[in-house]
Ligand binder design. Sequence first.
Ligand SMILES: C=C(O[C@@H]1C=C(C(=O)O)C=C[C@H]1O)C(=O)O
Ligand SMILES: [Mg+2]
Length: 453
Amino acid sequence: MPNTTGQQKSTLRFYTETIEVSRLSAHAFFEAGDESYKGKRFFWQNKEKTFTLVGLGHAHILTNELEGSRYTDIASKWQELCETSLKEKVDVSPILFGGFSFDPKNNISSEWDTFPSSFFAVATFQLVIRNEQAFVSVHYITDEEDSTEAFERLRIERDALIHTAQVKELKVHEKPNLIGREDRLKDEYLQAVENVTNQIRSNEVNKVVIGRSLKLTFDNKFSSSTAIYNASLEQPESYLFGLEKDDKIFFGATPERLVKVEGGQVLSAGLAGSVRRGKNSMEDKELGERLLVDRKNLGEHQFVVEMIRKVFNQYCEEVKIPSRPKLMKVRDIQHLFTPVEGKIKKGASLFEFVEALHPTPALGGEPREKAVDIIREAEKMNRGYYAAPIGWINTDGDGEFAVGIRSALIENDQAYLFAGGGIVAESSSLEEFEETRVKFRPMLRTLGGNMNE
Ligand SMILES: C=C(O[C@@H]1C=C(C(=O)O)C=C[C@H]1O)C(=O)O
Ligand SMILES: [Mg+2]
């Protein structure tokens, strides 16, 4: 009988080998996994396009269905995996990639049912592209005594995947053919915004972010590669992410950083307050300048900055936060943006920041607990991984998480899109509805939707 109680010492061994490869496209490598690794892949590219990560296959999965303790659970399992089983010194760090759901207490049955509270994976084949240099690592995590043969098979497979990715001209991916579109729970959304506005006016809560969802139907199923590739063309100035789970992929092009940790430096950002882009550069500039002094939007923004400030004051030294937001302009929308920077205090870790920051009032509200309770009741849907942390960590504890907005969940010939906005005392339900329409655009365009609707 295996011993299931008590602390069992891990007998896992973590084998890894990295080679440098010339000319390797991240999209082509992801696509090379279409045949054998569908449902077990991930994709990440930072906003600056200086770091790209692709994972094919699962060498190891870390997952849980926990609520409050879900972050420390993943953090300690990852640390244990790194410390007790990673024997060799490596030049490219193995990376753990994944995400958390927005609200583990939401148990409304939905398209997200197969996504756990926390889901992370170490890829069997990991591609890292940094400063134009591409590295492919093989990871094999096992309790077998002798892994020589298995590892050799993986090397052969690695070479085949690289070859497929290199010889295949990166094909142009036609956008899928959209045949149906449904605004889900639209009346509930409008009602929720009005109710919440009243709750804010009577001082029950300061800010609550209310979201809604669109369901799209296509004439055929289409690949994750097509979705990610088209998002990269449509939304070049954002993070690009994709996380497959069985027959689904959650993907998106988000402008919002939750937190980045690199060699003791911590970065986050307040991003809240929005207006559409102008039809010409003059109108665009005017809209932006008005946004910078708009009371309602500055209010939405300030709750976010103050919350991040508190977290940084607790976990960081030398916290730097500009006194006024600037504009962040992405293709369809402009936002108020305040970068936040600090030096990590000894002992604080990336997952602690994720736990302390998620959700900021940009996606949850203020005060946080109360706002998340209201969202759970008022939205009548399950956000799943929308508006939640998605990202990676390496064996040194460096990594980055973005906020999974401007995103969609694809399942066969259907896609579920999500968007929301921060409700404050001055909000109006029709204007908020309009704001979510603009926020749907990146994914709608990526998926072949008609932008004039
Ligand atoms: C909630 C979303 O976006 C968030 C809400 C914003 C707002 O209300 O102004 C702006 C940026 C994001 O932090 C979304 O895109 O779905
Ligand atoms: Mg807003």
